[in-house]
Design a protein around this ligand. Structure first.
Ligand code: HEM
Ligand SMILES: [Ca+2]
Ligand SMILES: [Ca+2]
Length: 296
């Protein structure tokens, strides 16, 4: 029920308004493109693409920003605020925060050199958020291949979608705490790569937890297929990344994406469109928030 032309008469300049804010944020800091893409994923996996992630804590619920995978990790909310005010100025009360996340994710990928696609629109915003649902539905870096497959299947996404969407880790950074166990204890890791990462991520818990490393060691600011080449070379940063190429059912697809960028691109686009279709609020459900951080 979502459509690509949903705002074409009600907010004709929506695309250019959002694109210019995204581009200037990425010009200031390339990593912001990665952070913005991740926001869309972390919204859609928790009760659908409904902007729930953007809500701050209230007296009636604890927001999703406090959930384990999000706390101290997700970022970019100030950019979303900036986009929302620009959009409200042009088309007050028309465009949902959930749709802003969807367009922002596409513009981030494009700005970092990745593929483009037509974003389906017409989502409305949730009136509530759930920390528990975020804890339970966002996959964790400790997950095995079967747990990753399950987590995506719970959202109606296939194993192929899971492998293609994981290509999002071709950009951005992770904290030491997310990959410490892997670089000190796992054997399916390139030894030189492990050493390099250990240099800025001490083995002691609570020491250097927030030190950052790129998810894709060669091109962390470029949306390419290099993530899969890393996996084939046992240079996945997260345990969950390397699970995709560790002798299991997804090995062949990782190899395909690593050698065939066009296949990666087309599968990624198909999968992110599918992800954007997860349980949208439409019609008279939900609302169009005036401020993405709170309900009206
Ligand atoms: C397959 C299961 C996934 C797991 C277990 C996972 C886990 C993680 C973890 C642990 C981090 C680092 C967080 C930190 O240390 O602060 C991260 C970062 C990131 N994730 Fe994922 N992720 C998954 C799928 C995805 C998907 C589907 C996308 C988007 C299509 C995505 C996009 C990103 C991006 C762009 C970053 C870097 C963000 C930044 O630099 O601010 N991830 N992910
Ligand atoms: Ca949500
Ligand atoms: Ca890359």
């Amino acid at each position: 029920q979502l459509t690509t032309n949903f705002y074409s008469s009600s907010c004709p300049n929506l695309d250019s308004t959002i694109k210019s804010v995204v581009q200037s944020a990425i010009r200031k800091e390339a990593r912001m493109g990665a952070s913005l893409l991740r926001l869309f994923f972390h919204d859609c996996f928790v009760n659908g693409c409904d902007g729930s992630l953007l809500l701050d804590d209230t007296s009636s619920f604890t927001g999703e920003k406090m959930a384990i995978p999000n706390n101290g990790s997700v970022r970019g909310f100030e950019v979303i605020d900036q986009i929302k005010s620009a959009v409200e100025k042009a088309c007050p009360g028309i465009v949902s925060c959930a749709d802003i996340l969807a367009i922002t994710a596409r513009d981030s990928v494009v700005t970092l050199g990745g593929p483009s696609w037509d974003v389906k629109l017409g989502r409305r915003d949730a009136r509530t958020a759930s920390k528990t649902a975020a804890d339970n539905n966002i996959p964790q870096p400790t997950f095995s291949l079967s747990a990753l497959i399950n987590s995506f299947q719970n959202q109606g996404l296939s194993t192929t979608d899971m492998v293609a969407l994981s290509g999002g880790h071709t950009i951005g950074q992770a904290r030491c705490t997310s990959f410490r166990t892997r670089i000190y204890n796992e054997s399916n890791i390139d030894a030189t790569f492990a050493k390099t990462r250990q240099a800025n991520c001490p083995s002691t818990n609570n020491t250097g937890d927030n030190n950052l490393a790129p998810l894709d060691l060669q091109t962390p600011a470029s949306f390419d297929n290099n993530y899969y080449k890393n996996l084939v070379n046992q240079k996945g940063l997260l345990h969950s990344d390397q699970q995709l190429f560790s002798g299991g059912s997804t090995n062949a697809l990782v190899q395909t994406y690593g050698s065939n960028p066009t296949r990666f691109t087309s599968d990624f686009v198909a999968a992110i469109i599918k992800m954007g279709d997860i349980k949208p609020l439409t019609g008279s459900n939900g609302e169009i928030r005036k401020n993405c951080r709170r309900t009206n």
